[in-house]
Design a protein around this ligand. Sequence first.
Ligand code: XUL
Ligand code: CO
Length: 438
Amino acid sequence: MAYFESVNKIQYEGPKSTNPFAFKYYNPEEKINGKTMEELLRFSVAYWHTFTANGSDPFGVGTAIRPWDHLKGLDLAKARVEASFELFEKLDVPFFAFHDVDIAPEGSTLKETNKNLDVIVAMIKDYMKTSKVKLLWNTANMFTNPRYTHGAATSPNADVFAYSAAKVKKGLEVAKELGAENYVFWGGREGYETLLNTDMKLEMDNLARFFHMAVNYAKEIGLNVPFLIEPKPKEPTKHQYDFDVATGLAFLQKYDLTDYFKFNIEANHATLAGHTFEHELRTARINGMLGSVDANQGDTLLGWDTDEFPTDLYTNTLAMYEILKNGGLGKGGLNFDAKVRRGSFDTDDLFHAHIAGMDAFAVGLKVANKLIEDKVLDGFVEERYSSYTKGIGLDIVEGKTNFRELEAYALGLTEIKNTSGRTERLKALINQYLLETL
Ligand code: XUL
Ligand code: CO
């Protein structure tokens, strides 16, 4: 059965097109530096926002009108699978991502839940046989059910730790079964509400123990994929342990986990942490830890995780700059962890939203590539740090000097001359490239 009958396969029609169901900038086959846009951007649809969510918010019930709404239980889950593959193919996206509870209903016991999951995973596997769509990553939802109220692997209750282990064990088996490219850990409730009742050290040690057990089990079943931590500072927990990339990296280093983990960086999580998206991407990139991206955007007027579709060309350009500088995303992708606004309740909006995000990232890709090709920023940065390529600067970076020598050098200086950082000039250049590349 078709769920989006009025929508045909979305084609690239170019910037002059007025067809709302066409790509204006995303041309999957267009090559940039020998690679197609499809290969470089690796778009993914987030199952939870597009097929499971209904537009509810803390102040009101769902508004989304979906053709599968009348169904329940496994029938509903099956209809969503049918609808999802129809949408993937119509949008021509190469990847999707899901939490366990997005695809199959929870039963009254863990056994029943796993049985439901098996039914739907088998159905998805079947669909994947005749589709080009691959699983970018899956994950276990360990934040919605009340059992996780005090956390999952960081819960004070060992039974919850054990239950969470069982969920991730199953998740890793599902990843193996469906040939996932990555496996994600987002610590939604791995944090604390108040230190008054919290053994922070034990909780963090336990989280590390949990990750090591996951690594061991993946090895045991022959699942050889990057594990990705998705940092977020807060929401729903007041303080989350994987606050941002720097905090996550220190954690992975302390507990000897850097060989197995990278980061899945989400734009809106970056801004919630008081960083820019590109700051988080840069921090991961320069440490060799950039795994994948949850492509969305927040709202500077609101202080929470709004998960909007990423339509901001400027931010997408700076994000693609980091991704290209990283040599691409490897096994990662650009996963639209984004939801249509509550007022955009039609199924057509699901297409408009993805088209908007895909086009806006295609623009970002093109502009970032041009900025790199023309060494617009590189040239400037190289020059700005050129004092470290000769004389005392070279001695510093080569470790050939010390405080005594540097003091002697400083005493001999008659004048220190700085040069302008040219921030405004560089911003103007980016604007020029943005407008000219289109
Ligand atoms: C929540 C969020 C999650 C993760 C996966 O803010 O981003 O959906 O991406 O659990
Ligand atoms: Co996310």
